[in-house]
Write a protein that binds this ligand. Sequence first.
Ligand SMILES: [Fe+2]
Length: 205
Amino acid sequence: MFKNNFLFIFDDVLEENLVESLNKEIINQKLPNPLHFVKKDKLNSNTNIAHEVISNIWFDKLSFLNDNTICGFECWFNSMRKGGLHLHVDCDEKHYHDYSEIVPPKYTSVFYAGPKNSIVGGELAINLNGITYFTDNKNPDIQQQPEKIKKDTKNWITIPYKYNRLIVFDSQAAHCVLDIESGTENDPRVTFTMTAWDKEIQVLT
Ligand SMILES: [Fe+2]
């Protein structure tokens, strides 16, 4: 449907009271992390707030994707005050564990739930060279060199944190989170990642 390296960024995506509730539940660890695999036909906004957000994002805001092959979602939460996330490709972890083969989802989507203020650092950096950049990579801790990544616009796209922002990108793309410098003193950088799959996978807990 889309060529490789597609990227969408949406701001002011959800009603603020929904974002606030999601943020609070993640910070207070009220939701299982990761969530059990959420089958599309079992999505029910009454189950918990994560279902409500998935439903709202994937079957309202992203309905233009019109992708009938999606059968469900693997989802997890992240709450960070410092540091970043090393370079990786989202994939079927169980399959990787068993066969050492990287099988990515169809889409990776990340929603930013807090803080409301801006953050210095903590950008999502997406490499534009496909999965081979990850498999060939000799520098898994490249997130610790934010200036190098930000200058290299030919090979990287860097997206700042913003409250109530949704990013959707090609799951073949290796990505990392650049080290946080400031802005998380009062509230952590909270993300809700939803990967969309065309088959059910076993979620490792
Ligand atoms: Fe990721």
